[in-house]
Design a protein around this ligand. Structure first.
Ligand code: ATP
Ligand code: MG
Length: 384
């Protein structure tokens, strides 16, 4: 009797001709997520079996695989030779002590003497006669003993399904550049787009020494959390200190955030194109704060020349975003109180609905191109 993990995949079923490609990417991502742990992954009629791992690592493997997009569900199973006695022993060991149960057999191996109904009756009957605190309830069971008789002479027995992350394997929908801050929203935005199969690289802007090193470490930690779902990521870090000083010195302070956002978008697009990213992703949510109005978005969009800007959180309330942040394991990091560059030189009354004419007038007081080049010269990359 051997412990294995059954991995079922989701939407990739639907992909027809691309199915082979999707499966290859998924298996690659599973391998990456299990790096450092002894294991083997085998494909078996439309799913994967993880085997050959140390039993004490079972929970660890399950929790890592729960973060791999494209996986629909997982089960820890006992694998035995297809032999009634062996199947019964395994079935008994997955049963709870008390409660209502049913047996649900599936027979892929048509050579096995009993059909699925007969397996249900035979194993169910044996379990009832030796486990006195169990009763059968096929309509409303407390647990189900699943018996899957495979074609290769082995049978899988399991009673639990763990929900997988769903979505599509990261890497099957191109690559995007996430503008990541130390806040709650942007890591969630990255997570949502990664779920649709997009590989994510990140870019973060800091205003050292106005912002401190802890703020930077916090963003590195957030990108690390994201990277567990994206099978690694690269974090690009850029200083916007001088840009902010120049805006502060030369422009109407009410436009600080609006103007800074435009610099952020320009820099992000330039680096995105260099690394082959096909879109920008932000954590903006419509109306959440003063700078996140449709006018603000129009102002920052208008400097992005070629790439689409994805704002997956636009229609979400803050509490919905917080729930997702908790689910992905980023929330406790995001709420650490370190200043972000957007709060440096923050005006008392930022412009809420910036008109493009006024924005351009303020921006004309700056040497945009040389500020961009200077910021780009501070470019660092951290591989996570
Ligand atoms: P978040 O929680 O992601 O910080 P927020 O609600 O605080 O979002 P803003 O500070 O207005 O919103 O930022 C809006 C978006 O702009 C962020 O979600 C992020 O995508 C991008 N952004 C803001 N600050 C930075 C930064 N320092 N570096 C990179 N991107 C940033
Ligand atoms: Mg923020």
């Amino acid at each position: 009797m051997e412990k294995v993990i059954i991995v079922r995949y989701s939407e990739i079923h639907l992909k027809g001709k691309n199915r082979g490609y999707f499966e290859r990417v998924l298996i690659l991502n599973m391998e990456k997520s299990l790096k450092g742990l002894k294991h083997e992954i085998k494909r078996q009629s439309g799913r994967y079996i993880v085997e050959g791992f140390e039993e004490q690592e079972t929970e660890n493997i399950i929790s890592r695989l729960k973060r791999v997009f494209g996986i629909h569900s997982l089960s820890i199973a006992l694998r035995v030779e297809t032999d009634l006695e062996e199947i019964f022993k395994a079935a008994k060991s997955v049963c709870s002590e008390y409660g209502k149960f049913k047996v649900s057999a599936h027979r892929a191996d048509k050579n096995f003497a009993l059909n699925s109904m007969q397996i249900n009756a035979e194993i169910g009957g044996r379990l009832l006669s030796c486990l006195k605190n169990l009763t059968v309830d096929v309509h409303n069971p407390d647990f189900i003993v699943n018996i899957d008789v495979r074609e290769n002479g082995t049978t899988l027995i399991f009673n639990e399904f763990f929900k997988g992350a769903g979505g599509m394997p990261v890497g099957t929908s191109g690559k995007g550049m996430l503008l990541i801050s130390g806040g709650i929203d942007s890591p969630v935005a990255g997570h949502m787009i990664a779920k649709r199969g997009m590989q994510i690289d990140c870019i973060h802007y800091h205003s050292y020494p106005y912002t401190n090193m802890q703020a930077r470490d916090k963003v590195i930690e957030l990108a690390k959390v994201l990277s567990k779902y994206t099978c690694g990521t690269k974090l690009n870090i850029i200083s916007v200190t001088h840009i902010q000083e120049e805006i502060h010195k030369k422009c109407n302070g009410e436009y600080m955030v609006t103007l800074l956002r435009r610099f952020m978008m320009r820099i992000a697009e330039r680096i995105a194109k260099k690394i082959g990213a096909q879109c920008l992703i932000t954590g903006e949510s419509l109306g959440q704060v003063a700078s996140q109005t449709v006018e603000g978005m129009a102002s920052s969009n208008s400097v992005v020349k070629e790439l689409p800007v994805l704002r997956p959180l636009c229609g979400f309330d803050k509490d919905e975003i917080i729930e997702r942040s908790r689910d992905m394991g980023a929330y406790e990091i995001s709420i650490q109180p370190f200043e972000d560059c957007c709060t440096v030189f923050l005006p008392k009354h930022p412009v809420i609905k910036p008109s493009l004419v006024n924005v351009l007038e303020e921006e004309s007081k700056l040497d945009v191109e040389s500020l961009l080049n200077e910021a780009l010269s501070t470019h660092e990359v951290i591989c996570l």
